[in-house]
Design a protein around this ligand. Structure first.
Ligand code: ASP
Length: 477
């Protein structure tokens, strides 16, 4: 139903986010065991998990039941949204990449775009780590944490850290390259292995340009229509985005609180400061100077993707929205975005790389280890590789950090110290990851003449058939 006052989606998401943080903090600081006890629940964790026997050892009041219901509902909305996004991620890559690659029509164009994409991705990642290392070396966050605090964290989180360390395996370059080629494309789709899906779709797209036109036409038209269908699905899923963002954030903040942040405040500030520098100083060099986009045009267009990346901490799950923002709101042609963004969501993790650089220096400082220039260069190299190997899902950046630490002999138990704040930093670095992908996409598109002018975007959005699926064309709100 159309109403007179419609708020643009990114504002709604932002409101959800801020409210989520406020409510989460309130729960974290004011809600404790006594609150549950006063509602007739003696053993809150068993009650919440559903293992307490009601009537025998619990006498929950109506309010306790209602609270539990709201909690379940909250998690349900968050999970529903994340499932929706995951549901879309694989099909949108397949459909749009096949159409995108087949529309390029000649292999030289494809390899040119591919070369630029990978080249710029590598450069931005190396810049990100260097920014992180620079900040960490100047501020020296490790010097702000006492030995007792460090040892306390190691005692508290040591076991969890060991579990993460056990998961990390250094990627072998040959295997990594070979693994891009799926043994069975359907298996790759079922497993959601993005790099393999990208490869298979690209191959089909290229093959379509090599067969008879009239035969290819049928297939391309089918996938083109399917792309429109899946974009509609994105639109439907996005309807619950503001509520879901609230739900996801409340859960996280209620659990984490800010106490732990305080003891590692300087470290967190260095990571966040580095990420902000990337987003608001380094990336504008790309999208302003190389792609000719203004600050407001770029950020207004991609803010829904940034906010969703923040709340989901997953660049893969955010991919459909990033594509939507780049294509519909920035006016980047699908032939470029369908190629650049899925690859970016899989291999380009500037925020993760920056975080890994800072974390390595921070842990080294905690243990009084001096890192030589050679060590720092090794960190740049391994963090670039580690970030490429990081899957776009929550928390993997920290697992890959193990490889960076090992490369220069920094004690792995240091991971226990930063584990408690990882989720918050994961949210921040994922936002940076997604922004970096969109920036590179804009640069590549501009170099190919595949980006609309603001007027063209406005005209397209004002046509009823082509209304902006993200926020019904209300770009200026
Ligand atoms: N969560 C990050 C992403 O999806 C990866 C990481 O750094 O853990 O982009």
């Amino acid at each position: 139903m159309a109403s007179n006052f419609k708020l643009a989606l990114h504002w709604k998401i932002l409101i959800g986010l801020v409210l989520g943080i406020v409510v989460g903090l309130a729960i974290n600081t004011m809600w404790d065991t006594n609150t549950w006890n006063s509602m007739g629940v003696d053993n809150p964790s068993a009650w919440v998990e559903g293992t307490a026997i009601e009537g025998v050892n619990e006498h929950p009041s109506f309010i306790a039941h209602a609270t539990l219901f709201i909690r379940h509902l909250n998690s349900f909305i968050g999970d529903l949204f994340m499932r929706g996004l995951r549901f879309i991620a694989v099909p949108i890559v397949i459909f749009s990449l096949i159409v995108g690659a087949s529309s390029l029509n000649d292999l030289s164009k494809l390899s040119r775009i591919g070369g630029k994409t990978i080249g710029i991705y590598l450069v931005t990642t190396a810049v990100a780590i260097s920014v992180g290392l620079l900040f960490a070396n100047i501020v020296k966050p490790g010097n702000f944490v006492s030995e007792e605090t460090r040892d306390g964290f190691v005692a508290q989180f040591g076991d969890q850290a060991s579990a993460k360390i056990a998961k990390a395996t250094a990627p072998d370059v040959w295997d990594t390259v070979l693994n891009i080629i799926p043994k069975n494309p359907f298996n790759a789709i079922a497993q959601g292995n993005m790099l393999q899906v990208v490869f298979a779709s690209l191959l089909v797209g290229i093959a379509l340009t090599l067969i008879k036109r009239e035969k290819a036409k049928v297939v391309i038209e089918f996938f083109d229509a399917m792309t429109d269908v899946i974009i509609k699905v994105v639109e439907i899923v996005l309807m619950i985005a503001p509520y879901a963002v609230f739900a996801l954030i409340v859960d996280q903040i209620a659990e984490l609180g800010l106490d732990i942040l305080a003891s590692l405040a300087v470290y967190c500030m260095v990571v966040v400061g580095g990420l902000l520098t990337m987003m608001f100083v380094v990336y504008p060099i790309g999208f302003k100077l190389l792609a000719g986009l203004s600050y407001s045009r770029f950020f207004k267009a991609i803010s829904p993707a940034q906010l969703l990346a923040f709340s989901s901490a997953s660049s893969s799950a955010t991919l459909p929205v990033t594509m939507e923002c780049c294509e519909q709101r920035l006016g980047i042609k699908e032939e470029v975005s369908a190629f650049v963004l899925p690859i970016g969501a899989t291999i380009n993790m500037d925020g993760t790389a920056l975080y890994q650089g800072v974390a390595a220096v921070f842990i080294a400082q905690l243990y009084g280890i001096d890192l030589s220039v050679m060590d720092q260069l090794t960190i740049v190299l391994t963090a670039t590789l580690a970030s490429i190997g990081t899957a776009g899902v929550p928390g993997v950046g920290m697992i890959m950090l193990v490889i960076v630490l090992e490369s220069v002999g920094i004690p792995l138990e240091g991971i226990a110290v930063i584990l408690g704040v990882d989720r918050i930093l994961d949210m921040c670095r994922t936002s940076c990851n997604v922004t970096g992908d969109a920036m590179v996409c804009a640069v590549v598109a501009a170099s190919e003449g595949a980006i609309e002018t603001p007027e063209q975007v406005a005209t397209r959005l004002s046509r009823p058939m082509d209304e902006d699926p993200v926020d019904q064309g209300r770009l200026d709100e």
